[in-house]
Each structure stands twice: as structure tokens, then as C-alpha cells.
Unconditional design. Structure first.
Length: 250
């Protein structure tokens, strides 16, 4: 996948720009980037801060031959690519907080938001938005206890360009594996080895029912396997569900 790159000095949301470009006919593999993003959002509508000159705000346009039910797994494919790229480019041990956060030293450095656009029942495009705190020094007070940057954790300034190139290369590889099987079987072991909640007690915040249990890892469909305190094994689909540690964010 050799992406066309569309670059903005400033935009409201790279996901929104990518959606417009996808509808306008921009091809599979187009990468939309912005130096500053003023209206970025995360999962469940939360704000995502992208200050000028310090962060990565990018959205990838995909137009795969894929049924809608498989699209959510691409969040996990991108998470795997970001974790590996942070390790390779920054020398930091990064972990995944299922389904869409990347952590370093148990603080969030990256969020991923995947949005699907349909024509009838068929996928017209999938937009994978990725925001990474690269060289920030300061964070808003409301997130300062859970957010960090790659610079903060390593003490070094990192090249945003090199990190983006590495993420795209790794995603291309993982995406190819995913499209062959239409599931996550090809990255399952690697993903679970980086899943921060694996083996930990977690609280599952499901609108239908909140419960606690032990997270065991994901299955090939990208669902989180949780052993409830009653001993019952359940699979948790991301959707509107969040998972927290018993004592906080992780």
C-alpha cells in the first residue's frame, strides 16, 4: 500500500477530512495528515488534543472488499502496528489497552478511532484515525494523570515522519495478513503478548451489565475473553463497552 498523502497545516478532524475525500473518490491507501487538529475526537465522542508541531494526527482511507461485520477488527490491526512502530522507532515498551488505546508506562500515548461508511449494506470506505502524543510536554489538567507522550517517557525528541512511515509499513503487513483470513488469527499471539490487561482483574463497563473478572486475551474475532468471578467465560465485543482496571484506568 503506497499511500497518497493529503496534508493540512490545521484542520478540525482528519477523520472528517478523510471521509469527505473517500466520498470524493480518493483511493484505498490515501493517508490524511494534519500538523494541528482542533476538533479531533476519540471513542465515544471524547475530545482528542492535537497541539501544533508535537503530535501525529492521521487518518487512513481503506476501501477493502470486506463485509461490515469485520471492520471493527481493523482497530486492533492498527493498534498492533502502532505498538510495534513505537518499539522500533522510539525504543519504548508499548502496550495495548483493548480495544483502541496504546500505553507506555501505563499512560496513554495513542488513541485509535475507526469509522465505517456504508452504501446500502456494503462498505464504501473505512477510516482509521490515529492520534499519537509524540513530543508534547504539557497536557490539559483533566487528562494529565492518564496521558503522556513518547518524549516524556524516553527523554528524547522523536521524528514524527519516521514514526508515521514505520506505522504505515507495519500496518500494510498486518492488514495483508488480516485480509487473507478475515480475522486476527495471524496476529493473535503477538497482540495478546502486548495486551496490558491480560491476566489482570478488570471491570467491564457494559451498558447492559457491569461486571468484574479476569481478562484472558482476545480471540480471533477481536473480542476480549473475560472470566467472570462466577467462573463463567464471556466474550466482550467492543461496541459501547469499556474496560477499566479495578483501581483505575488500567
Amino acid at each position: 500500500m503506497n499511500p497518497n498523502i493529503v496534508y493540512f497545516e490545521e484542520t478540525g478532524s482528519t477523520n472528517e477530512e478523510a471521509r469527505k475525500l473517500a466520498f470524493a473518490g480518493y483511493p484505498h491507501g490515501t493517508l490524511v495528515m494534519a500538523d494541528s487538529q482542533t476538533g479531533g475526537k476519540g471513542r465515544r465522542g471524547r475530545n482528542w488534543h492535537t497541539p501544533k508541531g508535537t503530535s501525529i494526527a492521521m487518518s487512513l482511507i481503506l476501501k477493502p472488499q470486506l463485509e461490515a461485520e469485520y471492520a471493527s477488527m481493523l482497530t486492533l490491526v492498527q493498534a498492533m502496528a502502532v505498538v510495534k512502530a513505537i518499539e522500533e522507532e522510539c525504543g519504548l515498551n508499548a502496550q495495548i489497552k483493548w480495544p483502541n488505546d496504546i500505553l507506555v508506562n501505563e499512560k496513554k500515548v495513542c488513541g485509535i478511532l475507526t469509522e465505517m461508511n456504508l452504501e446500502g449494506t456494503k462498505i464504501s470506505s473505512i477510516i482509521i484515525g490515529t492520534g499519537i502524543n509524540v513530543n508534547q510536554e504539557d497536557f490539559p489538567e483533566d487528562i494529565s494523570d492518564i496521558a503522556t507522550s513518547l518524549k516524556r517517557e524516553s527523554g528524547k525528541v522523536h521524528s514524527r515522519e519516521n514514526l508515521v512511515k514505520c506505522i504505515c509499513k507495519l500496518f500494510d503487513n498486518y492488514f495483508g495478513m488480516f485480509m487473507e483470513s478475515k480475522d486476527l488469527s495471524g496476529i493473535l499471539e503477538e497482540y495478546n503478548s502486548r495486551l496490558i490487561s491480560a491476566g489482570r482483574r478488570v471491570k467491564v463497563l457494559d451498558p447492559k451489565e457491569e461486571f468484574m473478572g479476569e481478562a484472558l486475551g482476545i480471540n480471533a474475532s477481536g473480542e476480549l475473553l473475560v472470566k467472570k468471578e462466577s467462573g463463567e467465560m464471556v466474550t466482550v465485543y467492543a461496541g459501547e463497552v469499556s474496560v477499566r482496571g479495578i483501581y483505575g484506568y488500567v
